[in-house]
Design a protein around this ligand. Structure first.
Ligand code: UGA
Length: 439
């Protein structure tokens, strides 16, 4: 099949490269000429494991190409995927659809014949209807079949998630569109992934419901973690104890400093706005959003409290700045709120991240960014591990303790055991487990 992918951001680029990998002819379109030029030289705009290799292989095989010319990209294809950004509108939290509608108008102008137009970006319920209206008003001569096909990729694991998804969701009421989509996803379906065909609005809602549910799950275990600390329990055992119940499931039950990233915070807000517009409130999500926001800053306050009565002038080493490992994405990262809370009280921050430092530089004024974890902890009064990069899982704890002014460790991702931290001389504070004072 011939596919045009509009937008070479995270979703568009990964999806385009994966569609090429399963045998389709893909043309990726982006307005950003610099980005397209770099992609042609196999320089990726984002850090995602395996992506550069995947793109290179498919460029060599002649299955993927890049252009800034949307009309050239759209001419003669079977399906156009819209994968442009849908950021939260600053004024009201609604998803900003201006990029989606701008792309739609350009597709209308460029279309040469019957076309399946697929929204892959995360778009609120009813967006497909508006996309269809724009297309048919602009080009009544052409049959457009607007289809919803949300993505469920996780940053850092996106290629695996695309190639072997838990499910593919396709929302269309038209048989011809369904046939084109079935052709596109045939290799993935043959490989064992189920395809859920549904109405377009339902498909749009599935995406938000999935992200909201996962946000609820994380927030639930985070609050159970707080209760564990209060009653003297261990949240890791609670997660295991409830997760083995197949009705609950073991994934997304890792307690931490609060969820972040480009999706959960934005999508939960957008779902709330839709619920408000349709006067059908989803109160549980409302609470989750508030609890999560509060939690991120509360983590900073927890560190402050441990620093004693006068934290001003003390130094905290922060390891891990991105919202999760294996990405350079800093959007809504808990590190931002934690560091802000510490800086507001006059604490100096020295930080390290394996991939996020470039983005962090602009976002974290006043933070000293250093080349490695051991440089970060020198003379520090506390160490906070905020993101669970593999690099931080095997730290030489005795060495770290000896480099610090005070061996105080906040393990916000529960990657160490209290025993090993204590043996290294640390006062160890984890999430949802008991604090271990140094011996
Ligand atoms: C999320 C979803 O997992 C994807 O299915 C979805 O496609 C994507 O959003 C999207 O809408 O585009 P992503 O934001 O890349 O993917 O990252 P996740 O792995 O879901 O993590 C999100 C946040 O939750 C991170 O801050 C992570 O640290 C936190 N988290 C996750 C926890 O605190 N505990 C967990 O057990 C799992």
């Amino acid at each position: 099949m011939r596919i045009a992918m509009i937008g070479t951001g995270y979703v568009g680029l990964v999806s385009g490269a994966c569609f090429a990998e399963i045998g389709h002819d893909v043309i990726c379109v982006d307005k950003d000429a610099g980005k397209i030029e770099r992609l042609k030289q196999n320089i990726m705009p984002i850090y995602e494991p395996g992506l550069a290799e995947l793109v290179e292989r498919n460029v060599e095989a002649g299955r993927i190409a890049f252009t800034t010319d949307l009309a050239e990209g759209v001419a003669g294809v079977d399906a156009v995927f819209i994968a442009v950004g849908t950021p939260s509108r600053k004024s009201d939290g609604h998803a900003d659809l201006s990029y989606v509608y701008a792309a739609t108008r350009e597709i209308a102008a460029a279309a040469t014949g019957q076309l399946v137009v697929v929204t892959k970006s995360t778009v609120p319920v009813g967006t497909g209807d508006e996309v269809e209206r724009i297309l048919t008003e602009a080009r009544p001569d052409i049959r457009f079949m607007v289809t919803s096909n949300p993505e469920f990729l996780r940053e850092g694991a996106a290629i695996g998630d695309f190639m072997k998804p838990d499910r593919v969701v396709i929302g269309t009421e038209e048989d011809d569109a369904r046939a084109v989509m079935a052709g596109i996803y045939e290799p993935i379906e043959k490989d064992g992934s189920p395809i859920v065909y549904t109405a377009r609005r339902t498909s749009e809602l599935i995406k938000y419901a999935a992200n909201a549910f996962l946000s609820i799950k994380i927030t639930f275990i985070n609050e159970i973690a707080d209760l564990c600390e209060a009653v003297g329990g261990d949240v890791r055992d609670v997660s295991r104890g409830i997760g083995l119940d197949s009705r609950i499931g073991s994934r997304f039950l890792n307690a931490g400093p609060g969820y972040g990233g480009s999706c959960f915070p934005k999508d939960t807000l957008a779902l709330l706005k839709t619920a408000e517009d349709f006067q059908s409130p989803i109160r549980v999500v409302d609470v989750v959003v508030q609890v999560n926001e509060t939690r991120k800053r509360a983590m900073g306050r927890k560190v402050l409290k441990a620093l004693g009565d006068d934290p001003r002038g003390k130094t905290v080493a922060v390891l891990g700045l991105t919202f999760k490992p294996n990405t350079d994405d800093m959007r809504e990262a808990p590190s931002l709120s934690i560091i802000q809370a510490l800086q507001d009280s006059g604490v100096k921050i020295r930080a390290h991240d394996p991939e996020g430092m470039e983005h962090a530089r602009g976002l974290l004024p006043g933070v000293e960014l250093v080349d490695g974890p051991y440089e970060a902890v020198e003379g520090a009064d506390a160490l906070a591990i905020v993101t669970e990069w593999d690099l931080y899982r095997g730290l030489d704890l005795p060495r770290i303790a000896s480099l610090m002014a005070k061996p105080l460790l906040f393990d916000m991702r529960n990657i160490y055991s209290g025993e090993e931290a204590e043996a290294a001389g640390f006062t160890y504070v984890a999430i949802g487990r008991k604090t271990t004072a140094k011996g």
